[in-house]
Design a binder for this molecule. Structure first.
Ligand SMILES: *[C@@H]1O[C@H](CO)[C@@H](O)[C@H](O)[C@H]1NC(C)=O
Ligand SMILES: *[C@@H]1O[C@H](CO)[C@@H](O)[C@H](O)[C@H]1NC(C)=O
Ligand SMILES: *[C@@H]1O[C@H](CO)[C@@H](O)[C@H](O)[C@H]1NC(C)=O
Length: 413
């Protein structure tokens, strides 16, 4: 499909502050660009934007910008055809990922270009782990789990005043190596799963789809009811106890370290295929009951499997997942009533299949690029005020964010 790019591209270019700045401040570079554009076949007319409104309109009518900017097919996101051109037009903000990510290089470093190419075209960022770029970096990310050694240890020594230091944390305050209070007064922005973070980074998000054909799961191979894949056997949410109670009424197959079943297939994607083909429900219970804390468990299921997740977590799931795509234990008073509902769904195909109708308008994805784009956009926004979290400990602690199983489901415990 080819999109008419003309007007939209024109507006985009006209909006770019960097472009205007370059033209104003640096004539040599400006002429350089013109020569560059002649030699590469671009017509330099685009760069007169901002000089003359009449000229703009005249040019706009004549010139098609499709050789400069193209649009991604699925999302209709604009992107520059030539990367070197974008480098000149848009200022790149560096984001230094200072710590490791669970002991390893963060996977986003390698995906940096891939992520930021999906952001609005006016914003450009680059993720790096090269500490020699500390001074040049607009933001420094520290992953909570990977800062060791007690209060104020393991932090970078130097700091420029304009830099934003970011508290990056995807784990619940109930399970943390270093409590957040040890970083009071250190961070300017928060980037966590909590919705009220400066940059919320949930484990997944929904996207609208243009493809409205629903792929309904095949039921003839689904001869098993519920499964659970789990490696953390004793948790604060007491999910293991809930599953045990559930097992009094229905079979729940437990795979991994806390159960006696193993998926013997070598390739883990084939295991997923196996689960998807044979099971109807997945136990997607969180290990702790903390506000907004929904991990990859339901997301992975909705992204790629023909299974309905059963969720347990102290989050408003309606804010995250499509209605009907999951079953919430809080809608049932006890494991027994939940079990009875699952048995009923098992016998009523039509009702069971209704849990997949959200697929006609959206897809679930664990790609977190929208959060990185938000960060990038914020780094380009000069009017955002300075800020410091002098009391990060109060913002991120189990006492205010997490509840006990008794508070969560009084009728059960
Ligand atoms: C599983 O995969 C590994 C590495 O790919 C291979 O060495 C091993 O033989 C495989 N095992 C089985 C049972 O297929
Ligand atoms: C920059 O931040 C300010 C203050 O939050 C906001 O009002 C404005 O819309 C932002 N600008 C852009 C371009 O996002
Ligand atoms: C970030 O926080 C530090 C204090 O820890 C502060 O000195 C600095 O001004 C803040 N920077 C911004 C841009 O908010």
């Amino acid at each position: 499909m080819k999109y008419k790019t003309d007007k939209h591209s024109f507006n985009l270019l006209a909006k770019m502050p960097r472009l205007r700045q370059v033209i104003r401040k640096n004539n040599i570079l400006f002429y350089g660009i013109i020569i560059f554009m002649f030699t590469t076949g671009y017509i330099p007319l685009n760069f007169l934007i901002g000089k003359s409104r009449k000229l703009q309109i005249a040019l706009h009518r004549k010139k098609d910008f499709s050789n400069l900017i193209k649009y991604e097919k699925r999302t209709l996101q604009p992107y520059f055809v030539k990367d070197d051109l974008k480098n000149v037009l848009v200022e790149t903000k560096l984001i230094l990922f200072y710590t490791k990510f669970f002991g390893e290089t963060d996977r986003h470093i390698a995906r940096s270009d891939q992520i930021f190419n999906r952001c609005p075209i006016e914003y450009r960022c680059k993720l790096t782990e090269d500490k020699s770029l500390m001074v040049k970096s607009s933001a420094v990310i520290l992953h909570a789990r990977d800062i060791y050694g007690g209060p104020m240890m393991g932090l970078p020594k130097e700091r420029s005043d304009d830099q934003r230091w970011i508290y990056y944390n995807l784990e619940s305050p109930s399970y943390m190596a270093s409590p957040a209070w040890t970083f009071n007064g250190v961070f300017n922005w928060t980037m966590t799963y909590k919705l009220e973070s400066d940059i919320p980074i949930p484990y997944g998000h929904m996207e609208e789809t243009v493809d409205h054909t629903i792929q309904k799961p095949k039921l003839d191979t689904k001869f098993k009811l519920a499964f659970w894949r789990v490696s953390n056997c004793e948790t604060l949410s007491l999910r293991e106890k809930f599953v045990e109670d559930l097992q009094n009424y229905i079979p729940v197959d437990i795979y991994g370290q806390c159960g006696d079943l193993k998926c013997e297939i070598n390739d883990s994607s084939l295991c997923d295929e196996f689960f998807s083909k044979h099971y109807k429900f997945y136990i997607a219970f969180e290990n702790s009951l903390c506000r907004d804390y929904i991990t990859e468990k339901p997301w992975k299921i909705l992204e790629s499997m023909d299974v309905v997740p059963i969720v347990m977590g102290n989050a408003d799931y309606t804010k995250h997942l499509p209605r009907g795509s999951y079953i919430d234990v809080r809608d049932f008073k006890t494991p027994e009533t939940l079990a009875r509902h699952l048995i009923w769904l098992d016998q009523n195909d039509e009702a069971y299949l209704k849990h997949f109708s959200w697929r006609s308008h959206s897809i679930a994805t664990m790609n977190d690029y929208p959060s990185w784009c938000k960060l990038c956009e914020m780094l380009h926004n000069r009017s955002l005020p300075r800020q410091v979290y002098n009391n990060l400990g109060d913002w991120f602690k189990p006492e205010s964010d997490c509840i006990t199983p008794r508070q969560f489901l009084p009728s059960w415990t």
